[in-house]
Ligand binder design. Structure first.
Ligand code: ADP
Ligand code: MG
Ligand code: MG
Length: 190
């Protein structure tokens, strides 16, 4: 169950993972993209931190919206509106349910609709989808989902320009999504 409090803790933990792995994420984005994914996500998470810091005693919906706006306004790359849409969809749904897997399902649907990608296209969808569909998120589900993107050929985003040459590399947005879900897993009470 998400609450305003544990969602803020989740974001603190995601922030630290992005900070620690910023260079790695940009390195992953170098052979199959434009080498900026780590920097994009770091800027986005600075945006999230600032928007959350402005709020006084917010409810869950306000927290989720502030996360979305921070990401959409600061990331710059393709990943920003996609992550942002995910949190906006969760914000819309959270008055009805606070269950993690139900919120992640609407988030996934939003990402797919916004970006037009489906499973197997070598994008963040390949991590969001198995995680959203699992009743209990585990490190193995996350790791296997990330690893599965290596042998895929990209059909969406910049990596798709490379055609078959995109095969053999992990998708950077899949790896950053893995940090998001590891952070969630490590946040007590979710
Ligand atoms: P940009 O490619 O604009 O530089 P980023 O490097 O920040 O943006 O993000 C790239 C990541 O965004 C990819 O690794 C992929 O996971 C994700 N992505 C790109 N396009 C799409 C899409 N249409 N649907 C889902 N995810 C996408
Ligand atoms: Mg990029
Ligand atoms: Mg870019």
């Amino acid at each position: 169950m998400l609450t305003a409090e544990n969602t803020k803790k989740w974001m603190d933990s995601f922030y630290r993972k992005i900070e620690e792995n910023k260079d790695y994420l940009s390195e992953l984005d170098t052979p199959i993209g434009d080498g900026d994914h780590g920097n994009n996500m770091m800027r986005g998470m600075d945006g999230v931190k600032n928007s959350l810091a402005q709020l006084q005693d917010p409810d869950l919906k306000t927290v989720l919206k502030a996360i979305a706006m921070g990401l959409i306004s600061k990331v710059g790359g393709a990943s920003g509106p996609l992550y942002g849409t995910a949190f906006l969809e969760m914000a819309k749904k959270c008055s009805e349910t606070q269950k993690v897997n139900e919120l992640l399902s609407v988030a996934l649907a939003g990402i797919k609709k916004r970006g037009g990608a489906t499973e197997g296209d070598k994008t963040m969808v390949d991590v969001w989808s198995p995680v959203a569909q699992s009743n209990a998120i585990t490190p193995k589900i996350i790791d296997d989902a990330i690893a599965s993107t290596k042998d895929m050929q990209a059909r969406k985003g910049r990596a798709s320009y490379l055609g078959e040459r995109s095969i053999g590399h992990l998708d950077p947005g899949a790896v950053s999504s893995g940090y998001l879900f590891t952070a969630l897993l490590e946040t007590e009470g979710t």
